[in-house]
Write a protein that binds this ligand. Structure first.
Ligand code: GAL
Length: 726
């Protein structure tokens, strides 16, 4: 009995001891980790998973983006590109956390239209639709939640919420590849940012859809992403000519004088942009012609069309109380106004119908070829707040993320109805808009950053124009003109300043030269765009997508100072000022203050575009082109189809002589594409392809052309091979 009592006392004391030692509150840090989300393979190299119950509306569903299944199926089978158990997913307090492993040398691209950086590793961002703020912090015109890894995979987080991303900044305590611990007291190599082994995202939602893409390289990963989100598109031929946007209050006479000025000064022109003054009221807009400036819009548009000039009309979609549709659309608009205009809910068929009927009457039936859809990105101070509600049930946050995509879909569908391609401008876009024929632009104007944005657009499924407005000097003017002529939309946006290509007479000759060079290159550029549609390859793309390109980031020691920076942050240098236009041309723009610049050539032989001379192989060269030229380099074997100098794409007729330039000594093939240039019939397979190929015959390169796909349209005759590298 006694023994039993003593042992019970002992057990009780032990339990008491143990329970006192159990730390209160030390709960498991993360419960519910879904270490193995169920990935379903959808296409070769494409897998989807759905965590918990995602919101019904997401970036892709908002615009009914459908994968281009017939093309995706032609890609090769791949194994899942990341160790599945290393992808951690859990939901806590209404937020879904996703973590991907990162290797020490892995680089990350994408995560929105950034303007200052191409390498995203080391950044912290909140992806949020906005006018670019001047810092790569996630607020931008295309805050696309997609990243591509240098290891050959990419991930799309298909959510219309504002997403937090920590790209290789966090360090987990259970890391399999931990950072070395150093003592700052004694070690010079103490690092304020010990290496991180992961990329983490936080989606403020109870669930989310994730899509994984693999690729043999960054480009193939991006191709799969683009095709999964709907593929690319081929713009109308006129869209690739030169664009001039006229000052806001120009009337029909001033516009005609502008067009005459282009003829007189011998400068290419295809499109004239009308800015807010074409509306009877703007900010908010009526979408009805101002009868004092344009008394007879039908006759005006007709007159322009007869001169080969297309019109593009500026709008923002905020409906003025003076608009004839104000009362009818009111029930289908959000709780908040923008500049006193009501905001149509473009997810609702009723709103779409009212806007479409109105635009059909005022814009499309008149013959206007496209729109510039402004201010759909927002500035927090004037856009609807996140608390806004829309009649479809969407809140302000989700609507802001998808609004740019919705207006692209709405407007493209109107042109699709009349089987006429359009090409326009939009200030907000997102995942899901890759098949819509729009180019992003903004009010920010740093030339260098415009080029970095052009590079990054290739990771976001969007296009970007480094538009020219005005300049502090002739040098700045010509350097900007050169860049814009090597972009998806060669546009001078003179809405505020009334500048013309000849505004800086000192460099006018060089402006003409580069604009005509673009026109000459249209057969190459148009074929490049066909690859965007047929294969999802971005027409203007980052060097990271180019085979043989490697540039190890240069990391320099940062400054240590007690007042500014006690952490001695490293300074990284990366390549963010050169890019590829199509498969063969490397563009290295120069900026106003530069007399020389360096260019990093990928491995393989490279040649000067203008002379055909050999310039280097996988090395860093110095370009010292004067103001008369933009540095352009061409790959060994490149085949570049060009035509005569034309002023308007209506001259790109079935009788155009073709000059095919060949660079270097390697045999190669180029698929020259053509179609009617205007309708959507190319999507039904109505296009022509011929293969231009070179091979070595008796020690010399020889060129031949053969049919690949028959179609009705073919614009060329009298092919002349021009072997540039003698
Ligand atoms: C800005 C736009 C400019 C110009 C202007 C007209 O928002 O970015 O390109 O269109 O509006 O008011």
């Amino acid at each position: 009995m006694k023994i039993i009592r003593i042992s019970s006392i002992l057990i009780f004391t032990l339990c008491l001891f143990l329970s006192c030692n159990k730390k209160e509150g030390a709960k498991p840090l993360i419960t519910d980790i879904n270490n193995n989300p169920n990935w379903t393979q959808k296409f070769p190299g494409v897998w989807e998973t759905s965590v918990n119950t995602p919101s019904e509306v997401n970036l892709l569903s908002a615009v009914e983006a459908k994968p281009r299944a017939e093309v995706l199926k032609t890609f090769s089978e791949e194994s899942f590109p990341v160790e599945k158990s290393e992808i951690k997913v859990y939901t806590k307090n209404g937020k879904t956390h996703i973590r991907f492993p990162l290797d020490d040398k892995e680089q990350i691209y994408g995560l929105g239209l950034n303007f200052k950086t191409v390498h995203q590793r080391g950044r912290i961002m909140k992806l949020h639709m906005d006018h670019y703020t001047g810092r790569d912090e996630g607020r931008t015109h295309a805050p696309t939640p997609f990243f591509a890894s240098s290891k050959g995979y990419g991930v799309l987080i298909n959510s219309a919420k504002y997403i937090d991303v920590y790209v290789g900044t966090g360090v987990t305590k259970d890391s399999k590849n931990p950072a070395e611990s150093r003592d700052r007291n004694t070690s010079k190599n103490w690092n304020p940012r010990p290496k991180s082994d992961n990329l983490e995202l936080i989606v403020p939602d109870n669930g989310v859809e994730i899509v994984m893409f693999s690729g043999k390289d960054v480009q193939e990963t991006v191709q799969r992403f683009n095709l999964y989100c709907g593929g690319g598109f081929v713009p109308p031929k006129w869209g690739l000519g030169f664009w001039q946007r006229t000052p806001t209050l120009y009337d029909e006479h001033a516009v005609q004088e502008e067009v005459d000025g282009f003829t007189k000064n011998n400068f290419p022109l295809d499109v004239v942009g009308l800015e807010p003054g074409w509306h009877s009221k703007s900010y908010p807009c009526t979408f009805e012609w101002d009868k004092t400036r344009f008394p007879n819009p039908d006759a005006f548009v007709n007159k322009m069309t007869n001169q080969g000039i297309r019109l593009n009309s500026w709008i923002n979609p905020f409906v003025s109380p003076s608009a004839s549709i104000f009362e009818s659309i009111k029930p289908y608009t959000g709780t908040h106004t923008v500049w006193t205009g009501i905001v149509p809910d473009f997810t609702m068929p009723e709103a779409i119908k009212i806007m479409s009927d109105h635009f059909q009457k005022e814009v499309i039936s008149k013959g206007v070829s496209g729109l510039k859809i402004d201010e759909v990105d927002g500035y927090d101070v004037w856009l609807w707040p996140d608390s806004a509600q829309f009649p479809s049930g969407l809140d302000g946050e989700m609507m802001r993320s998808i609004y740019g995509s919705l207006v692209q879909k709405w407007s493209t569908d109107m042109y699709r109805k009349i089987n006429q391609r359009t090409y326009g401008l939009v200030r907000a876009s997102n995942v899901g808009s890759v098949s819509y024929p729009y180019v992003i632009y903004n009010d920010y104007y740093r030339h260098q950053d415009f080029i970095t944005a052009l590079i990054n657009s290739s990771f976001t499924g969007t296009l970007w124009t480094p538009e020219v407005r005005s300049s502090g000097s002739p040098e700045d003017w010509i350097r900007r003109m050169q860049s814009v002529c090597f972009s998806p939309m060669a546009m001078l946006n003179a809405w505020a300043d009334g500048t013309k290509p000849w505004s800086y007479p000192e460099v006018y000759k060089y402006c003409q030269d580069v604009a005509f060079l673009r026109m000459q290159l249209l057969p190459y550029i148009y074929s490049t765009f066909s690859e965007y549609y047929l294969k999802g390859i971005p027409p203007f793309r980052a060097m990271a997508m180019e085979e043989g390109f490697s540039f190890n980031e240069v990391v320099e020691d940062g400054e240590l100072s007690s007042t500014n920076n006690p952490y001695k942050e490293a300074v990284k240098k990366e390549i963010k000022d050169q890019y590829m236009m199509g498969e063969s041309i490397l563009v290295a723009p120069m900026f106003a203050d530069q007399k020389t610049r360096t260019v990093v050539l990928p491995k393989g032989k490279w040649f000067d575009f203008y002379t055909g001379a050999y310039v280097g192989d996988g090395e860093i060269i110095t370009a010292s082109h004067g103001l008369d030229k933009i540095p352009l380099y061409v790959k060994d074997g490149a085949i570049i189809p060009m035509m005569k100098q034309i002023k308007n794409t209506s001259e790109w007729t079935p009788q155009t002589d073709l000059e095919v330039r060949v660079y270097g000594s390697k045999s190669h093939e180029f698929v020259l594409y053509d179609d009617d240039g205007e309708s959507f019939d190319y999507e039904k397979g109505e296009y022509t392809q011929k293969v231009l190929s070179t091979s070595i015959v008796s020690g010399k390169l020889n060129g031949t052309i053969k049919d690949l796909k028959d179609g009705k349209s073919w614009s060329y005759r009298n092919l002349r091979w021009n072997f540039m590298s003698k």
